[in-house]
Design a protein around this ligand. Sequence first.
Ligand code: DGY
Length: 333
Amino acid sequence: MKPAVLVTRRLFDDVIARLRATFDVETNDADQVWTPDELRARLQGKSGVFVTGTERIDGALLDVCPMLRAVCSMAVGYNNIDLPACTARGVLVSNAPDVLTETTADLGFALMMAAARRVAEGERFLRRGEWTQWSVDLLCGSDVHGATLGILGMGRIGQAVARRGAHGFRMPVIYHNRSRLDPAIEAELGARYVSKEELLRTADHLVIVVPYSAASHHLVGAVELALMKPTATLTNIARGGIVDDAALAVALREGRIAAAGLDVFEGEPSVHPGLLEVPNVVLTPHVGSATLPTRRAMANLAVDNLVAVLGTPAQRPPTALNPEVLQRPPRGV
Ligand code: DGY
C-alpha cells in the first residue's frame, strides 16, 4: 500500500502527478485554507504532509496525528512550523531554500526601486486623471544608483539583493546580520558589516531579509524608524511582524522616512489600515517568489523531500531542517 500524503493547498497538476506516483494523495483543489480542526481531521492516517507558509504545524497537532512522519514545505521560511516540537516527536521537516533566492531578490529590488522612484504613486496619479502637465518637481523621488544600500539579514536572499545593488547599480552596500560574512563574500559583494544602528542611520535604501522568529518580532519599530534618514526607503520582503506596521504607517504619514515597499504584512492577508491610507508605500500581496518556474521548483523540492523520507527505499531528504530525526526509529510504523 502506498503511504498517504495530504497536500494542503492547490498545486500544479504535474507536481500532483509526481506525488501520486509514490503516494495515495488527498488534495485541496478548492484551495480554501483549512481551519485547524479541518486540517487535523484530514491529517488522520497520513504519513506525510505537503504544506505552504499558510498552515500552522505545532506539537498539539502532531500529538493527535500519530502517523505523521514528514512535514515538507514549499516555502523557505518555516515560522509556521514548530521545528523543536517536530524534532521532539521524530517528525522530519524540510523547507525549500535556494530555488527562490534570485526571484525573491528581484522582487525586493523592484519594490525598492518602485518606492524610491514613486512608481505606484505615479501610476495612481495618472489613473485618477490628475496628470495635466509636466512640472519640474512632479513626483521627484530619490536615486537608486550610487545610493547606499543597507541590508538587514544577509542570508542567501540578502546577498542576492546586495549583488544586484553592488554590481548593477554601483551602490555601496552595508549590512547587519547575526554573524559576519566570510571576508571573500564581503569583498565580492563590496559589502561592509555595520551595527544595526549604523545601518539604520546610514542606509539610503534599507532592505529587510531576516527570518521571522520571536527574536526578530518588531525588529524595526518606532525607535528604529526614527534613526533612519527622512529621505530613506524601507523594503520588507521577509515576513510580516518583523516591521511594526502601525509604527511604519505613522512614519510614512509624517514623512519621517520617504517611502516603503512591502510584500509581507503583520496578520496578512489583512493589511494595517494606516498603510492603505498613505500614498508613499507600494504594496504587493506576498509574491516574492511568484514566478511560475520558481513556484514549480519550490513545489518539486518539497516533493523530493517527501519521496526521499517516505518512499522506498528511503533516502536522505535534500533540504531537511532536522535530519537528526532520521537516526531514530520511524514514527507511526
Ligand atoms: C517563502 O518561501 O518563505 C516565501 O515567503 C513564500 O511563502
